[in-house]
Design a binder for this molecule. Structure first.
Ligand code: UFG
Length: 330
């Protein structure tokens, strides 16, 4: 028989793909989401949606009390680096403060395992590449800092209360469920691949390439794009080993692609050009972010199914093409 899980932020981009992966292996889940950025339509029939804000401690307590839960997957957070530079305290309250409340409720209601959605943004400007888990942490934004704060809270929750956790640091989540049921629908959209696709489809103005003078072969930033369904399977693999010890993993594909390479991929997949302009750098963007993910590969046998950028982009293209209005179109 499968387990029973609470998924905070389960109506969002990565969280919804995890819910799908849990159900595919026979687990039951409840989604906790305030729908501020998540979508009701991303929660499948048969999955309970508790429309709760994590700041509502009484409501969070009530749902944790309704156990037993085999584990909690914690995605709910604000996730825009630029916004966090404008409103640091809002980010600390939403990401760190609300997580403290959730972790506290987990401890009081005897939840033994939690998987946390962390970020590569806590590395700031990396000292070396690819980035390994124990490399220097130096968040370049309140967003990255807020996620690191939660990692530290979890380390103490384990040490003092025995709460086992997996902290999973995503690099650039990309793509969409290959069956076409789920996809990326951020409002506003700020991410490169969906913006490039919409520019190619003529639904947006030409894409602005942020910075062409980076110390990279073609002058544009290099990122490690990892398929969102592979992120979901990494969550399951990490959860399954929490009986042994808490873990921290970088989740990437170990391959870097420049902005120009991503635009070329979108053009190949779509069979059309991606209209774009060359623009100044976006403040805070490091030149290169690529993960070393040997640790999770060795410990869990996790290997990404999507290794070619064109295959990742193809799933994103299929979703954007079929859902011009995102989840509003059903
Ligand atoms: N970019 C453009 N034009 C755009 C949008 C993006 O040139 O219109 C460039 C960015 O400058 C960057 C690259 O495309 O070089 C990827 O940008 P995204 O906004 O898609 O992603 P980021 O790398 O900025 O950030 C993502 C997540 C963060 C996470 C980070 C970790 O959004 O939450 O990956 O690698 F912290």
């Amino acid at each position: 028989m499968g387990g029973r899980f609470l998924v905070t932020g389960g109506a969002g981009y990565v969280g919804s793909h995890l819910v799908r992966a849990l159900r595919a292996r026979g687990d039951r889940c409840t989604v906790l989401d305030n729908l501020s950025t998540g979508h009701r339509a991303a929660v499948p029939d048969g999955v309970a949606l508790a429309e709760i804000d994590l700041a509502d401690r009484a409501a969070v307590d009530k749902i944790l009390a309704d156990g037993p839960w085999d584990g909690v997957f914690h995605f709910a957070a604000l996730s825009l680096v630029g916004d966090s530079m404008r409103d640091p305290m809002g980010y600390f309250a939403a990401n760190a403060g609300n997580s403290a409340g959730l972790i506290d409720a987990c401890i009081r209601h005897d939840v033994k395992k939690l998987v946390f959605s962390s970020t590569a943004a806590l590395f700031g400007l990396p000292e070396r590449l690819p980035i390994a888990e124990d490399d220097r942490i130096d968040p370049g934004s309140p967003y990255g800092e807020s996620k690191f704060m939660v990692e530290r809270m979890l380390a103490w929750a384990d040490r003092v209360h025995g709460l086992r956790y997996a902290a999973l640091r995503y690099f650039n989540a990309a793509g969409a469920d290959p069956d076409g049921a789920l996809g990326e629908d951020h409002r506003p959209e700020t991410h490169l691949i969906p913006l490039a696709i919409d520019a190619a489809l003529g639904r947006r103005p030409p894409l602005a390439v942020f910075g062409t003078d980076y110390p990279t072969p073609d002058g544009t930033c290099i990122r490690d794009y990892v398929h969102v369904s592979d992120l979901a399977t990494a969550h399951l693999a990490a959860f399954d080993q929490l009986d042994r010890a808490s873990v921290t993993y970088n989740l990437g594909s170990e391959a870097g692609h420049s902005v120009h390479e991503v635009l070329a991929s979108v053009a190949r997949v779509g069979g059309c050009k991606v209209p774009h302009t060359l623009a100044p750098r976006r403040p805070g963007d490091p030149a290169v972010l690529v993960a070393a993910s040997a640790r999770i590969r060795a410990a869990c046998g996790w290997t990404p199914r999507f290794t070619a950028l064109d295959d990742i982009v193809a799933t994103a293209w299929a979703w954007r093409n079929a859902h011009p209005s995102g989840y509003d179109g059903g």
